[in-house]
Write a protein that binds this ligand. Sequence first.
Ligand code: NAD
Ligand code: UD1
Length: 340
Amino acid sequence: MSSFILVTGGTGYIGSHTTVALQQAGHQVLILDNLSNSSVSVLDAIAAISGQRPDFIEGDIRDATVLARVFCDYRIDAVMHFAGLKAVGESVQFPLRYYDNNVHGSLQLLSAMQTANVRTFIFSSSATVYGDPQFLPLTEDHPLSSTNPYGHSKLMVEEILANLYQSEDYWRIARLRYFNPVGAHSSGLIGEAPQGIPNNLMPFVAQVATGTREHLQVFGNDYDTPDGTGVRDYIHVQDLADGHVAALKHCLNSASELLTVNLGTGIGYSVLEMVKAFERTSDTSIAYKIAPRRPGDIAACWADTLLAEQTLGWKAQKGIQEMCDDAWRWQRHFASREKP
Ligand code: NAD
Ligand code: UD1
């Protein structure tokens, strides 16, 4: 059945891929984004892939007037909430900015939904809510903790959603805990376009491959992992997008739901394994130097994927070579477009 979905943050990295997946599943999309970390040109790229331009409102989720207009002008069936800030280091420097955007913004959105009687909500949470893993793979009932304002903002919104569900159980809520989203759309038309120096591994590696950056710093080679470097569960962003479509379907078919589920592959790869995979893809040599551990980093982290398979019938399909191939295609396309 076709539904009308409000996608906040829909011109961003994960939101744009999910918009395409929603359209391809037959849904209509309205994007609300303040363009603080994305470009309006993403709408053209989405239209080029799906053949359908999503409706778009440039606005902020903290703006109650804009939200009231959205819910008045459109018959929204469900909300996917990607809008937010996501850089851990920046959140330590500017905690109020993070709580304002991520917590206050989510509250404003949920209040507007309540007023408009829209009760289906899919939330972008993160594996960061597990803190330093006490066991692996991480199951959804692993104890929760946070070591920085970004992680804490995700935990707070998760708790707000649980409280809301307890108070009115006709809500249908999915709290999706992403592991490490990487890659880009296989068309090469949309992907991650970090501003400035990338914080995350894959965009940095891609920029070393194009020659934009001289070398990668590998943050620590003395972890208790097979090659000493950090291990993560990298998930292709298109698989992640499909996970959202599955979560939406699940919620729309439920009378009442509070689902908390990991979206990962269940497989961990080390920094050096990712570097090697990217070298194979790009046919370049990725220069790297071993650097001290990055403060706040954990040694290893990967998902238990059973609950996602059982409840959503969803399982990630793409492996690391595809993640690297698509990241590389996007990087070359994007990097060449950015040249004057
Ligand atoms: P992104 O920065 O590419 O996309 C976020 C989008 O939200 C951007 O287009 C930005 O302009 C918009 N936005 C930010 N604040 C807004 C506001 N107040 N009002 C309206 N629009 C606003 O980030 P992403 O990687 O696509 O992440 C999407 C969500 O997933 C975020 O909530 C993030 O915390 C979460 N998440 C991301 C990752 C990851 O590795 N990328 C991992 C776990 C969770
Ligand atoms: C980071 C965030 C996490 C967020 C996730 C997804 C931190 C401490 N954690 O996770 O909250 O949910 O991104 O956006 O920032 N690495 C290098 N060199 C680099 C960059 C990274 O060696 O230049 C290593 C890291 O030490 C880590 C791995 O690569 O072992 C992955 O790093 P990254 O992509 O930043 O993701 P996370 O640290 O898992």
